[in-house]
Structure formats: structure tokens, C-alpha cells
Write a protein that binds this ligand. Structure first.
Ligand SMILES: *Cc1c(COP(=O)(O)O)cnc(C)c1O
Length: 385
């Protein structure tokens, strides 16, 4: 077998466990798996079929390029929705393939009517409502026009969803804002209902909203980070640990992604020598260095220079000097038995030790999302189990 410089392993059982747990938490609502950002770094083409195997049949992507990658690997009956960008010309493709998509401006709604006529198939739309995030979504004043277009084109337009997104449900500091958004969503969707516009799915919840504000679950949950085994924030985890409906002592979510490489070469360096580019690290004593064929081009952040750790032979080894584009060095003086070709764990478990995604940085909150999505799509993904 030809061995790549590094690879990502996905552990099937972990995702099975997460999805089963989260499905139980959302009751009868539809589980929609969010796979934007290359399935949060897990790889769309590996993760989607794995999730299908766990009984997931609805997926959400951000753009029509991701939709094409998902479309290539999905089962014919699996449903897809695009929550954001759609390239010119892809609207007709999406409609033709029965892929639903967000509509957040009148122009896209008009284009959908036109493309539907061309394709000879109804466009399945999600009407996104502006409720307070002020990113995308129809303002209250625009609804009159939206209602008119939808009612005038019952053949071309089918309302699959009415939806919104909360501005930070993973942080209790946003409690008032989230609740105001919830109220606003109900008010605006009521206005649509009063004009006889109803959706198959009313959906507002992401992982954090579903796990913290159960009333936001409605008909469908757009589940992202939690299905990959990460709590959206420490707060969300604490809240769930202590709350009546979810109390737990053993974390019910499991991380199924490991990132591994191998020792490329070994070298002894005497005391008082600068290591790697520049002068950021000088040896204090005779030091043994291992080079690892992974760098910032793979997603191993340069900010881990002189800070990060990896696992080799069950022991922690510190990153020495700057992380380069395609490799970095670690201090392995204390790992006497080390050999060229030894497995290196960048994220995941080895022996009794674990390197978590969080440990990559001390920054709070969104760091998991960002670090995961930086994992290069070129790294091979291997499914275990
Ligand atoms: C990314 C995203 C989600 C999923 O968010 P998580 O916090 O990962 O669960 C849901 N809805 C929209 C619109 C999104 O962009």
C-alpha cells in the first residue's frame, strides 16, 4: 500500500452513537445533517454515506458546489438542501434534481419561478425569515411581495420550509436575543399562514438551539457540530449535564475523527542550536528531533509553532520551532524507543493519551468549527468499523 503523509480516520461507531442520541433528543422532528465546510472537515464524500448508514436521509450544504459533491455520493432517495450560495445556472440543476434551497431575496424567488418553468418541475424552496441575525432572510416589509409571488405561482413554487437561524444559541449571553428571534419567527410565519402559505417543515434550530432551547426544534433540526461529537460550546455541555431532560455523567457525544501521520526522519541536535526557520527556538541541551510530514497546508495551524503537541508511542511530544508548509519538528528526546515510520497522532487517541481539537488552542467557543474545517480536503479519509 502507498502510504500518504497523513490521513484522517472516521470511526463509524462514534457517529452512530451521536446520531442515535441526538435523534432521541429531537423526538419526532426530522434530523437534517449539516455537511457544509466539507462536513466540518470530515469529508462530504466519506461522511454522507456513513451518516446515511446511520439512518440520516436529509442533508444541508451551504452552496451549490457542495451540493454537487453530496449529490454524487448520496442515495437517490436522500434529500438535499442548499442554505446559501447558488451559482448562476445551478438553480435549474438543483430544481431538476429535486434539491431544495433557501430563498432570502426576491430576485432568487423570481429566478426560481423562471428556472422551474424551464425545467418543468416545481422548485422546492425554504423561505428564510429575518428575525434578528441580520445576515440573510426576508424583512417583514418584503413579505407582501413574497406572498404575492408564491400565491401567483402554485405550480412553480412549493414551500418546503419556512426557516430562520439564531444569532448565537450556544451562548447564554444571547438568551434575550434568541428568544426575541423565536417570537419574531412565530409572528412572521403566522403572517404567511394567514395568507395560506404553509411549509412542510418549520425549522430554526441548529445543534445549540435544539440542545438548549427545545421549543425551537419544531419540524426539523439542522444538526451540525453535535453529530460530529462536539458540544457547540462549554456552556451548552454544562447546561445539558445539569438539566432535567438531559442530565448525564458520561458524555453522550463521541468524537469520531482522528488525524494521523508517521515519523518521517530523526535527528540529534547539540545544545545551543536554532531549530527550523529563524530563531524562534534554541536547544537548551542535546535534543532529538522527529520531522512529521504535515504542515499548515494540511490544516496544521502555524499558530501551533512552539505550542502544539502530538502523540508518538503513547507519549506527548512538543512542536519545536515554526510549523512549515508541509512539515514540522517535534522534540522526541524522551521517547527512547522511537523509530522512523512510527505512527503520529495529531488529533485523537494513542495509548492512554488524547489530543483534542480544543487543545489546539485556548480560544473559546468557535475554535472547534474553525480548526475542523481547515483540515485540507486533500487528506485521505478512511472509515473504520
Ligand atoms: C452551520 C449551520 C447550522 C448548523 O450549526 P451547528 O452549530 O453546527 O449545529 C444550522 N443552520 C445554518 C443556517 C447553518 O449555517
Amino acid at each position: 500500500m502507498i502510504k500518504p503523509p497523513c490521513w484522517i480516520e472516521l470511526e463509524r461507531a462514534a457517529f452512530q452513537k451521536n446520531i442515535r442520541y441526538l435523534k432521541r433528543r429531537i423526538g419526532s422532528a426530522r434530523f437534517c445533517s449539516v455537511i457544509k465546510g466539507n462536513a466540518y472537515g470530515h469529508g462530504i464524500s466519506s461522511f454522507l454515506p456513513l451518516a446515511e448508514g446511520c439512518g440520516v436521509s436529509y442533508f444541508a450544504v451551504f452552496d451549490s458546489f457542495e451540493a454537487r459533491r453530496a449529490w454524487e455520493v448520496k442515495k437517490p432517495t436522500t434529500e438535499l438542501m442548499i442554505m446559501g450560495y447558488i451559482a448562476n445556472g445551478d438553480l435549474a440543476w438543483a430544481i431538476g434534481e429535486g434539491i431544495s434551497f433557501y430563498v432570502f431575496d426576491v430576485e432568487r424567488l423570481r429566478n426560481a419561478v423562471e428556472a422551474s418553468r424551464k425545467v418543468g418541475k416545481a422548485a422546492r424552496i425554504h423561505v428564510e425569515l429575518e428575525t434578528g441575525m441580520r445576515r440573510t432572510g426576508f424583512e417583514e416589509e418584503e413579505l407582501q411581495e413574497v406572498i404575492k409571488i408564491i400565491l401567483n405561482h402554485p405550480v412553480e413554487i412549493k414551500v418546503e420550509g419556512i426557516c430562520t437561524h439564531y444569532a448565537g444559541a450556544e451562548n447564554i449571553a444571547n438568551y434575550v436575543r434568541v428568544n426575541e428571534q423565536y417570537e419574531m419567527f412565530n409572528k412572521l410565519s403566522e403572517r404567511l399562514r394567514a395568507r395560506n402559505i404553509q411549509a412542510r417543515y418549520y425549522h430554526t434550530a441548529s445543534s445549540a438551539a435544539a440542545l438548549t432551547y427545545p421549543h425551537t426544534i419544531m419540524d426539523l433540526v439542522r444538526m451540525g457540530i453535535a453529530q460530529y461529537g462536539f458540544w457547540p460550546s462549554k456552556e451548552t455541555k454544562m447546561y445539558n449535564m445539569l438539566s432535567d431532560d438531559a442530565r448525564f455523567t458520561v458524555n453522550p457525544l463521541r468524537r469520531g475523527l482522528s488525524w494521523k501521520s508517521r515519523v518521517m526522519s530523526l535527528k540529534w541536535v547539540g545544545p545551543g542550536k536554532f531549530v527550523s526557520y529563524g530563531t524562534s527556538f534554541m536547544t537548551g541541551k542535546s535534543t532529538r528531533l522527529a520531522s512529521i510530514p504535515v504542515g499548515y497546508s494540511h490544516g496544521f495551524s502555524r499558530s501551533l509553532s512552539n505550542l502544539g503537541h502530538v502523540l508518538i508511542r503513547g507519549k506527548k511530544a512538543s512542536v519545536i520551532g515554526f510549523v512549515n508548509m508541509s512539515m514540522f519538528l517535534v522534540d522526541v528526546t524522551h521517547i527512547k524507543e522511537i523509530q522512523k515510520g512510527d505512527e503520529v497522532v495529531l488529533i485523537g487517541k494513542q495509548g492512554k493519551q488524547t489530543i483534542t481539537v480544543d487543545s489546539f488552542s485556548e480560544m473559546a467557543s468557535h475554535v472547534n468549527y474553525e480548526l475542523l474545517t481547515r483540515l485540507s480536503p486533500d487528506i485521505p479519509r478512511i472509515i473504520r468499523g
